[in-house]
Design a protein around this ligand. Structure first.
Ligand code: NAP
Length: 458
């Protein structure tokens, strides 16, 4: 039986790796998710036959059924725009589960080798921090917790709590199996408190990077606990999530043009520390018919989608509009900013869902030089990712973040409902520029109007 169990774990691990590989392209991502899911199901089912590990089968089954049902119902219901919170919550659960495994193993106080005991303690620390930190990230993104909590000497206090947690962890490792239960309890409490304290001062705009970092930490914790339980599927799943999460964190930090230390230990996202530059000029309105004519007679149009396109679910109409323009011989390209929307790849997912071919979708680096030679840029529901203040205003909270250079185009049309700001809550100078026109309305309604106007043009 042992051979069968280990073989199934091996196949499950293989499915995790192959699944993740497929997730790297939107074309195969859905299949990748299914493969990894099948791997997880296999790993869970075969664990029932692992008689040395498995006790309380009834309780376990009830817990899996309740958890599975909640995940299924909430997964079906969640709006695309609420996905980051959902990820933060699931991530927290992963970190918490790894920490719980460590707690169960450590509470037994059975002798372990120094290496295994060290891995159990380090996994517990990382998993617990990821758990409480992710819950705070969830509360912030869900709007349950507003603003940031900052006070003087905060970083020193955080460092003190961390050093204390490490000290208790070290005491547990060095005492073999002879530690007091109170030491273990204090260790977990310190780790929980540290997770909260390190996350509360971080501003909303940095939350995607933070969630990705906690995701990497959760993977690491699961990997360590996999060693403790001698479970290869857990080890591999944890390592895969840990390394993928680390790469994603680096990519996101690069997209925001900030080192990760700066995300964790600075005040970005809640004001750059000075007065933002005053806006001059006025917003000039345009109607859908005029925009349709502008685009219909252009050589090249670049569409910049943002969070508002997701809210309006305008992607299908935007694609219909694109096809009408292409039929007229207009070159149409989509420009995607790495943090457009509310989760990594948000815009790519929406455009893929609408059927937009990948070869007309470009990343920031690929397309930024093309704006000066573009006749019309249609910004639909995007704001922060095209805000020139990131380039020009050192006092702006988004200063230094690379943006799509929409303002360099010959004409810019911005579709939004009114004067609402973007995620970072700041004014956008692009909307006041001489070459910019505002086309007010809900993204989907406006895209429908543009489609009708283009059809009327024949
Ligand atoms: P944004 O800066 O949040 O701006 C979205 C704009 O869409 C708003 O100005 C809003 O203006 C407009 N809008 C809202 N609903 C609309 C609708 N139904 N129809 C038309 N327009 C609508 O979006 P973004 O440019 O995509 O930038 C993303 C921001 O989110 C960045 O600051 C990024 O750091 C942050 N963020 C990103 C992630 C990620 O992983 N991608 C995660 C969390 C946070 P009106 O209210 O006037 O319509």
């Amino acid at each position: 039986m042992e051979l069968v169990i280990q073989t199934v774990y091996f196949i499950a691990a293989l499915l995790f790796i192959l699944g993740l590989k497929q997730m790297s392209s939107p074309v195969t991502a859905r299949r990748g998710i299914i493969w990894a899911g099948v791997g997880m199901l296999m790993a869970v089912l075969i664990t029932y036959f692992h008689h040395e590990l498995i006790h309380n089968v009834g309780w376990m089954t009830v817990a899996i059924a309740i958890g599975g049902l909640i995940a299924y119902v909430s997964g079906k219901k969640v709006a695309m725009t609420d996905m980051p919170q959902m990820i933060a919550l699931y991530n927290g659960m992963g970190g918490g589960a790894a920490a719980a495994i460590a707690a169960v193993e450590l509470v037994k106080q059975e002798p372990m080798s120094l290496t295994i005991q060290s891995l159990a303690v380090i996994g517990a620390l990382i998993g617990t921090v990821a758990f409480s930190g992710s819950l705070i990230a969830f509360a912030k993104l869900q709007g349950l917790m507003r603003g940031v909590v900052r006070f003087s000497m905060q970083q020193w206090l955080n460092a003190l709590v961390f050093v204390l947690a490490l000290t208790y962890g070290l005491a547990i490792i060095l005492s073999g199996a002879q530690y007091e239960m109170s030491t273990l309890t204090i260790f977990f409490i310190l780790a929980l408190v540290f997770g909260v304290m390190v996350t509360v001062p971080i501003g909303g705009a940095d939350m995607p990077v933070v969630i990705s970092l906690f995701n990497a930490l959760t993977g690491l914790a699961v990997g360590f606990e996999g060693y403790v339980l001698s479970n290869p599927a857990m080890m591999i799943a944890g390592i895969v999530v840990g390394s993928a999460g680390t790469l994603l964190t680096q990519l996101m930090a690069k997209a925001m043009n900030r080192p990760i230390s700066n995300v964790l230990f600075s005040n970005f996202g809640e004001g750059g520390g000075g007065e933002a530059a005053a806006v001059s000029g006025s917003m000039k309105e345009i109607d859908a018919n005029d925009v349709a004519v502008m685009m219909a007679f252009a050589d090249k149009v670049i569409i910049v989608p943002g969070y508002g396109m997701a809210v309006a679910q305008a992607q299908h109409k935007v694609w219909e509009m694109t096809k009408l323009l292409q039929e007229r011989g207009v070159t149409v390209k989509f420009a995607i900013h790495p943090v457009a929307g509310r989760m990594p790849g948000h815009m790519n997912v929406l455009l893929a869902e609408a059927g937009v071919p990948y070869d007309i979708i470009y990343d920031l680096d690929e397309i930024n030089d093309e704006f000066p030679t573009t006749d019309v840029v249609l910004v639909i529901g995007a704001n922060d990712v095209v805000n020139p203040a990131a380039r020009t205003d050192p006092n702006s909270p988004i200063y230094g973040m690379p943006i799509l250079n929409a303002d360099y185009a010959k004409n810019v049309v911005v579709v939004k409902r009114g004067k609402g700001t973007g995620f970072s809550g700041i004014e956008n100078h692009l909307f006041f520029a001489d070459n910019t026109r505002m086309l007010y309305g809900d993204g989907q309604a406006v895209a429908s109007e543009l489609v009708s106007s283009l059809k009327e043009l024949g």
